[in-house]
Design a protein around this ligand. Structure first.
Ligand code: IPE
Ligand code: IPE
Ligand code: MG
Length: 226
């Protein structure tokens, strides 16, 4: 398969449409989430192959806590088991893994697993893979502003949970919805957006390449005159 002509530094995904994918097949929504994990794997593999340095995924939003309890528990369990399964892949591919969000709401068991994965992969040099979990953009700005007020800093970017991570160059949202849904509000200031009708479980390497081609055709001006 072809390679992208321009490789962004940081590509981020709003993985949407898992529930609809499952319902279309007459299955429970959780099957869509299971299949969605396969898409995460495919996107990570392609990203390493293409030399993308940062790839991030919105996996669970602050608002997603308001879903039915069975779905929330199912997603927590899926996160736990996916982490366990992927450790070897991360280590073999030199991937540094991070989870960003308000983890005070997450069980101790899952928190411990996240910490274990982050520590074990801390030396990964090829790519950083980030999962935004129990995250919202407004929460991030709120916690940053509070810490900045206490510590007396001057650049809010230093206090956001993404401090040290370059802002996304490209944001891809699947499932046809064209909104940010309280994702990185500050960090997306100059990000290029690609919206695709493909449901997340159907989003694989080929669709990823299409989105990168679309990105390559964009003219990023950052407010300047070219
Ligand atoms: C995205 O798929 C995954 C999460 C938000 C956890 P959805 O679960 O939102 O699927 P749809 O949008 O209902 O189809
Ligand atoms: C956005 O998807 C959040 C994640 C992908 C984790 P949602 O399905 O929760 O967004 P809305 O409700 O359609 O805006
Ligand atoms: Mg959705």
């Amino acid at each position: 398969m072809d390679k992208p002509e321009i490789v962004p530094l940081h590509v981020s995904f709003i993985m949407d449409g898992n529930g609809r994918w499952a319902r279309q097949r007459g299955k429970d929504r959780i099957f869509g989430h299971f299949e969605g994990v396969e898409s995460v794997r495919a996107v990570m593999e392609a990203s390493v192959e293409w030399g993308i340095k940062y790839v991030s995924f919105f996996a669970f939003s602050e608002e997603n806590w308001n879903r039915p309890e069975t779905e929330v528990l199912g997603l927590m369990d899926l996160m736990f088991r996916s982490l366990r399964n992927e450790l070897k892949t991360f280590l073999d591919n030199g991937i540094r893994f991070r989870v960003l969000g308000d983890l005070s709401r997450v069980s101790q068991r899952l928190k411990d697993e996240i910490k274990h994965m982050e520590d074990a992969t801390a030396g990964g040099q090829n790519m950083t893979a980030i999962i935004f979990f129990s995250y919202s953009g407004k929460w991030d700005i709120r916690q940053a502003a509070q810490r900045m007020a206490v510590e007396g800093g001057s650049d809010i970017a230093d206090y956001l949970i993404t401090a040290g991570i370059p802002d996304p160059d490209l944001l891809i949202r699947t499932s046809g919805e064209e909104r940010i849904s309280n994702y990185m509000l500050w960090q997306l200031a100059y990000t290029e957006f690609v919206f695709t009708p493909t449901l997340w479980p159907d989003f694989r390497k080929e669709q990823y390449l299409d989105a990168l081609r679309e990105y390559a055709s964009r003219d990023r001006r950052f407010g300047k005159v070219k």
